[in-house]
Write a protein that binds this ligand. Structure first.
Ligand SMILES: *Cc1c(COP(=O)(O)O)cnc(C)c1O
Length: 487
């Protein structure tokens, strides 16, 4: 990397900021705070602006280009959301303020709960979970508490299809369940015969990623849910990829008992790099008493002259608090803005376009890449990133080469049921021109694989850094190479 650090750019005496004259009497500093030197970098405002602008350009972003990272729904996040969340009434409030002074914020939370209930077909929603995975944990703990409250203590097993998201087995195990994997059938649905064998009195529940990580809607979903219910279990729907179903199917109507939403995927908050996100959880009526609080509610309906008064409650048999204060309120404001802006017809349009874009791209990409589950997909599809006659080219090589063509790589090596998986999710916000350009790059790379496979093994060639040791980068993450003490 050629970018200089801010310490290397420093020039003695250069200044970017002048402190105003003090308007309070000078007072001596406590001795403990005194240091001989703090060796801060010295730069002009222009030096600083250029440094950070250039650094930001080393990174890939949704605002910079196409980002088809499967399962992550890296769609465009409308900037109106940022305007809304910065309104002082939202951004300048404190969670410890008396609720009489933040009625507007409570109104918004209440409205978003109602909107999510309407969209999903669930009876109650809590907004507090911090992200999708924490929503799953809430779901698994509710399944546990439900069976405990029925004194049904033999139920220790959660079923996870092999086409599920990786967080599903993780959160089930964290909640103390045994995780039993379920195979997919030849069409990418849950294998009903395998499911039948598990339907006994030890079954606590099933976690079904919907659509699954193959981008497929389970064609037997109603039967699957009925089989689990008849065996006394509950069904959790991983709703992180609700994009594909918006305005078309309501998971609550299908019979799911619990589901989380990913506000930072489906409802347009920028994500990646650690959040904050938000993973509200919806439940059916019989499970509402277990939800974590605080949940916004109408305390007093008001009348013609007085508006309703809002407050919070926590259900009596709640599994307990999952998050400080009220969850990530900023993400809640963005989701509310996004849903209000689109309205019911707009939401349905999102669902339809997400599915249309994925199918359009799938038809083009499958001309050159093997598509193991060849049927109409939902929001994403999965192809093999290798060929039988070119075994030395791998999904990773194709992904790295895509960066030379200016695209973010798809998700690699997931789901595990597809050999050398490339999981591609275009999202509804991309134009036909962008999809065509990406398909053309995929085609060009398939040609390169035939003509010069060794070249692909060394890609990328045009990025700020070439191929990195990704395991080492993740395990020995160095976030700050330079400190004043490095000098
Ligand atoms: C992203 C995702 C999750 C996890 O959500 P986080 O907010 O990253 O914790 C779970 N399931 C599916 C299907 C996902 O795509």
């Amino acid at each position: 990397m050629t970018e200089k650090t801010i310490y290397e750019l420093s020039q003695p005496g250069r200044k970017g900021f002048v402190f105003p004259d003090s308007d309070v009497p000078a007072a001596p500093l406590p001795k403990a705070f005194e240091r001989g030197s703090i060796n801060l970098p010295e730069l002009s405002e222009l030096d600083v602006i250029r440094h950070f602008t250039n650094l930001s350009r080393l990174n890939y972003s949704v605002d910079g280009g196409f980002y088809p990272l499967g399962s992550c729904t890296m769609k465009y996040n409308p900037k109106i959301n940022e305007v809304a969340v910065r309104l002082p009434g939202f951004s300048q409030t404190h969670p410890l303020q008396p609720i009489t002074s933040v009625q507007g914020n409570l109104y918004l939370m209440y409205q978003l709960q109602e909107m999510l209930q309407e969209i999903s077909g669930f009876h109650r929603v809590t907004l507090t979970p911090a992200a999708g995975a924490q929503g799953e944990l809430v779901g698994a703990l509710i399944i546990k508490k439900f069976h405990e409250s029925n004194k049904d203590t033999k139920r220790v097993k959660i079923l996870i299809p092999d086409s599920a998201h990786g967080t599903n087995p993780a959160t089930s195990a964290m909640s103390g369940f045994e995780v039993a994997p379920l195979p997919s059938d030849a069409r990418g649905n849950v294998d009903l015969e395998a499911l039948k064998l598990h339907c006994d009195e030890t079954l606590a529940g099933l976690m079904l990623t919907t659509p699954n990580t193959l981008g497929l809607f389970d064609e037997n979903v109603i039967e699957v849910i009925e089989m689990v219910h008849n065996a006394g279990g509950l069904v959790y729907g991983d709703g992180a990829n609700l994009n594909a179903l918006l305005g078309i199917v309501r998971p609550g109507d299908l019979g799911f008992d619990i589901m989380h939403f990913n506000l930072h995927k489906t409802f347009a908050t920028p994500h990646g790099g650690g959040g904050p996100g938000s993973g509200p959880v919806g439940v059916s009526e019989r499970l509402a008493k277990f939800l974590p609080g605080p949940i916004a509610t109408i305390v007093d309906e008001g009348d013609d002259d007085t508006p309703p008064f809002y407050g919070f409650y926590t259900p009596e048999e709640s599994i307990g608090r999952m998050k400080a204060f009220y969850g990530h309120f900023g993400v809640v404001v963005k989701a509310f803005t996004y849903i209000a802006m689109h309205g019911p017809d707009g939401l349905r349009d999102i669902g339809e376009k997400a599915v249309l874009n994925a199918n359009y791209l799938m038809e083009k990409v499958k001309e050159d890449y093997y598509l193991p589950y060849d049927r109409t997909c939902m929001h994403e599809f999965v192809v093999e990133g290798t060929w039988k006659d070119i075994p030395n080219v791998h999904a990773l090589d194709i992904s790295k080469r895509l960066m030379d063509y200016g695209f973010h790589p798809p998700t690699n090596y997931f789901p595990l049921v597809v050999h050398e998986a490339l999981m591609i999710e275009p999202t509804e916000t991309e134009s036909k021109q962008t999809l065509d350009a990406f398909a053309a790059a995929m085609k060009a790379i398939a040609k390169e694989a035939r003509e010069d496979p060794g070249m692909l093994n060394k890609a990328p060639y045009t990025t700020p850094i070439r191929r990195s040791d990704e395991v080492k980068a993740a395990r020995d993450l160095v976030l700050c190479c330079w400190t004043p003490d490095s000098f």
